[in-house]
Design a binder for this molecule. Structure first.
Ligand code: FMN
Ligand code: SF4
Length: 631
């Protein structure tokens, strides 16, 4: 029987100026200033300039549109917070940057805090942003979108009155022709405002199941008029939008397009459709085509988690590329410059959009340019900080980058400490390593002590489950950074008075991690079953038999169930709450649940453990009364 862990303080006690928990002041980050232009780029394909729609782009790295749900005021006007978020990426040399989710009308606004492009009042605010971001040499664009049936709002519109398959509720109103014309005009007017505000280019969002995609896909378009039925009719709305934009903007304004290569849903848009559409878009004057995939509720998600292979949509881009001569952009799980370079070298695409990689590390382009690959703070593909928060209508954050969205509050450089202090950091898990790095960057002298023989703490255990190796990337990053900063890490060194007397720290940070939550339940001391924590299994400190009962169905419990099922074990999971793994992002959980379906795993929710027997447990669960599970 295994117990998943929870965050329980180990209640360490010692004398000597201890600070309880991680010092908040230690969380500031550095911004590397300036660029070494003399340095040859190691990724020659990635750093070969490209001409896109008449724009000379200094490299092929694109920060794609990402709706972060922050950075606009109550009117939907861009603030300095949004500007600084983009400036941090522009400064580091990203070739093209695209603002996400610009709403062409109020009904089409996907999330509460997105740029309102239907108002003239937005222009001066956008202009302040474009001037600053462009000053760093990035080509700066904005995406124009209408969410259709996929918005957080109660009132929704769509080509047909069919609800979105997931994430949002409510049947949309079927658009009539007058409303269709209004939306087409809305796109054109919004594009004209964006051009006035100084954007170098615009991008039309025709992917991810939003309104244009809804018109194009048979799954969501059941119309019988000239906007439904045949392929030509279904793309008519899109083509009319492009024409309207062209009519209302200077012909030199490059118009980029984001389409799905595949919807991954029944009766959805397929790669054959994308390949057929691409030359039509080229003839309409598109500057580039970014090929993505997925809609709300699709089998393959648009923003896939760590379970999905890198470059997951690059094959789709490669097929579209064969059909056109304008640049094609690949997107989806491209986080390393090596892969990005490879995609271009192998002619899968002409440029790469690296989304979450830019959230995790604003200096991605600069570090890639200098070949400082190990200095890139890796996105771990968890989706928990970024898209999960956004879909819960919170601001996007990042699990590995606490400064995401706080760039406007941070100084260029970390403030150096006047009197360097010796800081004892207890625990070499992610929190301890992060605290030590920041302390060292401030000029303090951190020393980490760790009672185990390795760094990484629970992140090491978490990364041992199938498909979750990427979690350890952040540990490798910190280890490398601490080595460069010459931070001492004393392994196999438990905390005790002797070590405190020896080190004599001025301050201490407790980052000692979590322990298994093993409840005192009737029978626990008399059972013949082996009892251990999930991390004992994942770290191979214990081996269990064929039948396993896991108490707790959060991330730790379920990923361990997956680990054991993969090894051929029969697993029962008893989870006390209504929903499993609420400590995971919905995107990450989706792939895990798919995996769990394949193993010999039985899941019980709202299950209360009543008694532990010699060879099993008695438990109660909702809908099933009292049951006994023997192993
Ligand atoms: C927080 C967040 C918001 C996003 N918002 C948008 C958006 O507004 N428009 C869009 O086309 N794609 C959006 N995306 C999808 C990304 O542009 C990109 O297609 C996806 O994240 C896969 O690329 P990646 O693996 O490099 O992150 C968003 C992604 C994230 C993480
Ligand atoms: S929250 Fe997770 S998936 Fe999102 S950018 Fe950060 S590390 Fe990547």
């Amino acid at each position: 029987m295994l117990f998943q862990y929870r965050l329980i303080s180990r209640g360490l006690k010692f004398k000597h100026n201890a600070t309880n928990g991680q010092n908040k002041k230690l969380s500031a980050e550095i911004n590397i200033k300036g660029k070494n232009q003399q340095m040859p780029a190691p990724f020659k394909h990635l750093f070969t300039p490209i001409n896109i729609g008449g724009m000379k782009i200094k490299n092929r790295i694109i920060m794609p549109a990402m709706s972060v749900n922050f950075g606009v005021d109550q009117n939907g006007y861009a603030t300095s917070r949004l500007t600084e978020y983009f400036c941090a990426r522009a400064k580091a040399g990203t070739g093209m940057i695209i603002v996400g989710g610009g709403a062409v009308d109020e009904i089409g606004k996907e999330l509460p805090d997105l740029p309102a492009l239907w108002k003239d009042g937005a222009i001066p605010h956008l202009e302040r942003m474009t001037q600053k971001v462009k000053s760093f040499g990035a080509k700066f664009g904005i995406q124009l979108m209408h969410g259709g049936r996929q918005t957080c709002q109660d009132f929704k519109v769509a080509p047909s009155a069919i609800p979105a398959p997931a994430l949002v509720k409510g049947t949309p109103k079927q658009l009539n022709k007058k409303e269709i014309t209004q939306i087409i005009n809305g796109f054109g007017d919004a594009a004209a405002r964006c051009q006035k505000a100084g954007f170098d280019f615009i991008e039309i969002h025709a992917a991810h199941g939003y309104l244009i995609n809804q018109f194009m896909s048979l799954n969501s378009n059941k119309r019988e008029d000239e906007y439904g039925g045949s392929f030509e009719n279904r793309i008519k709305f899109f083509i009319e939008i492009i024409k309207n934009i062209k009519l209302k903007t200077d012909e030199k304004l490059p118009i980029g397009i984001k389409i799905n290569g595949k919807d991954y849903i029944k009766d959805g848009w397929e790669i054959e459709d994308a390949v057929k559409l691409a030359p039509i878009l080229e003839r309409q004057g598109a500057a580039y085509i970014n090929v993505s995939g997925g809609v709300y509720g699709s089998k393959q998600l648009t923003i896939p988690s760590m379970y999905v292979k890198f470059g997951c949509f690059a094959q789709l881009a490669a097929q579209v590329k064969k059909a056109v001569s304008i640049p094609v952009v690949a997107v989806g799980r491209i986080k390393s410059p090596e892969l990005a370079d490879n995609i271009i070298e192998k002619k899968f695409a002409d440029a790469v959009a690296m989304g979450r990689a830019h959230i995790a590390d604003p200096q991605l382009a600069e570090k890639a340019y200098k070949g400082k690959i190990k200095d890139i703070r890796p996105c771990i593909g968890c989706c928990f900080g970024c898209i999960h928060q956004v879909f819960n209508l919170n601001e996007a954050i990042c699990v590995v980058n606490p400064n995401m969205g706080r760039e406007y509050l941070l100084n260029e450089k970390i403030k150096q400490t006047e009197k360097p202090k010796k800081i004892l950091i207890i625990g070499a898990g992610p929190a301890g390593l992060a605290a030590a790095r920041t302390a060292a960057l401030k000029g303090d002298k951190p020393i980490i002590i760790e009672e185990k023989g390795n760094v990484g703490g629970m992140a090491k255990a978490a990364s041992a489950a199938p498909g979750r190796k990427e979690v350890a990337d952040i540990i490798d990053y910190f280890e490398n950074q601490l080595e460069k900063l010459k931070v001492k890490i004393l392994l196999n060194t438990p905390l005790n008075q002797k070590i405190i007397d020896k080190i004599k720290p001025d301050k201490a940070v407790i980052a000692s991690g979590s322990l298994a939550d093993i409840p005192l339940i009737k029978g626990i001391s008399k059972t013949d079953m082996q009892i251990c924590a999930v991390y004992d299994i994942l770290l191979k400190k214990s081996v269990c038999g064929y039948n396993v009962i896991i108490i707790g169905g959060d991330r730790a419990g379920l990923t361990t169930a997956d680990y054991l099922a993969e090894k051929g074990k029969k697993v029962v999971v008893l989870h006390k709450d209504k929903h499993f793994a609420q400590d995971m992002s919905a995107n990450d959980r989706y792939y895990l649940r798919e995996r769990l379906k394949k193993g010999d795993i039985t899941l019980y929710k709202e299950a209360t453990l009543k008694e532990i027997l010699k060879d099993g447990v008695i438990f109660k669960y909702k809908g099933g009364g009292e049951s006994t599970c023997r192993i």
